[in-house]
Write a protein that binds this ligand. Structure first.
Ligand code: ADP
Length: 295
């Protein structure tokens, strides 16, 4: 487990993180969301003991990262933002170099090359690779020593749509075996890959929720379509219902506070001589919530 407790970090006068606490349990894939400048990279660097916090602490498994940075780094595979690589090195040579740092047998290199589908590029210079393949090299270097945890800082930024899908598939594969904390500002990425979402804004934690709970939560919004025009005023007089949008003269998005909205809508349609031809409860949308909380 990664346990983050009351982390505060300032760069000079700039407050980057303010009293942040959360846990990432074994086997979870957690999306760490926030607009640019929210503090995501700072948090990830602290967990990986690249930089230290001013207040609070981080425990990874049973290692206090501020006390034993070497042990923490051995437990965590870290792909930093912008994936810094030695562009003049060859792919296999670079992976040998990383394997030597972590005292890993060179037999692991071929395994990791196969795992990240780097076979066709293994003899090329890193500078010659496409961005998608460079990202795979970064991922290969992060997992070569078989860490239990993966911390990935915006791993799909700057990739084309095909490369994004490939890297997401790789991360999904890793997520079956490892605990993953992944930062991004792409909401769909979190919905596609993660069990849980943590949103931070201006250094503060604003949401920590399971995606399944999150989606099921706000189910008091619905869309209804009638077979013919319904006066907006009639709907507005409907007690316990608020019109959120009037999509067309027959279609409405409603927020309701009454128990059995469908039954009430049927009664309403009978009173008004029309029929309901479509009815749908809206799912809470992560993108809307993100904007609401971080604007
Ligand atoms: P994110 O990863 O969410 O974009 P960062 O953690 O990079 O956010 O940055 C959080 C805040 O800290 C920003 O206001 C940023 O400008 C500031 N910051 C980050 N790194 C440094 C640094 N080395 N020196 C000064 N300020 C920094």
């Amino acid at each position: 487990m990664i346990s983050v407790k009351n982390i505060t970090k300032k760069y000079g006068e700039q407050l980057a993180l303010s009293n942040i606490s959360f846990d990432v349990k074994k086997g979870e894939v957690v999306g760490f969301l926030g607009p640019n400048g929210a503090g995501k990279s700072t948090m990830m660097k602290i967990i990986n003991s690249h930089i230290s916090a001013d207040l609070g602490g981080v425990i990874v498994s049973d290692v206090d990262v501020s006390i034993d940075a070497v042990a923490a780094k051995r437990l965590i595979g870290y792909l930093p933002e912008n994936n810094p690589l030695y562009s003049e090195m060859y792919v296999r040579e670079y992976l040998e170099y990383v394997a030597d740092i972590y005292k890993v047998s060179h037999s692991e290199i071929e395994k990791v090359i196969a795992k990240t589908n780097l076979n066709s590029e293994a003899n090329k210079k890193i500078a010659q690779l496409s961005k998608g393949y460079k990202q795979r090299v970064g991922l290969a270097a992060a997992i070569i020593y078989n860490p239990d945890y993966l911390i990935l800082d915006e791993p799909t930024t700057g990739l084309d749509p095909n490369q994004i899908v490939e890297i997401r598939n790789l991360i999904r594969e890793f997520g079956k075996e490892k605990t993953v904390l992944l930062s991004t500002h792409i909401m769909q990425e979190v919905e596609a890959m993660c069990d849980r979402v943590i949103i931070i804004n201006k250094g503060e934690l604003v949401i920590d929720e399971y995606i399944s709970d999150f989606k099921g939560k706000d189910n008091n919004i619905c869309k209804v379509v009638f077979d013919k025009k319904v006066d907006l005023e009639m709907i507005e007089q409907f007690e316990g219902v608020e019109v959120l949008s009037n999509i067309s003269e027959r279609e409405f998005q409603l927020k309701f506070s009454i128990e059995d909205i469908l039954l009430e809508l049927y009664k309403f349609s009978e009173r008004n001589n029309c029929k309901i031809i479509e009815y749908k409860i809206s799912e809470k949308n992560l993108e809307d919530t993100f904007r609401e909380l971080t604007q």
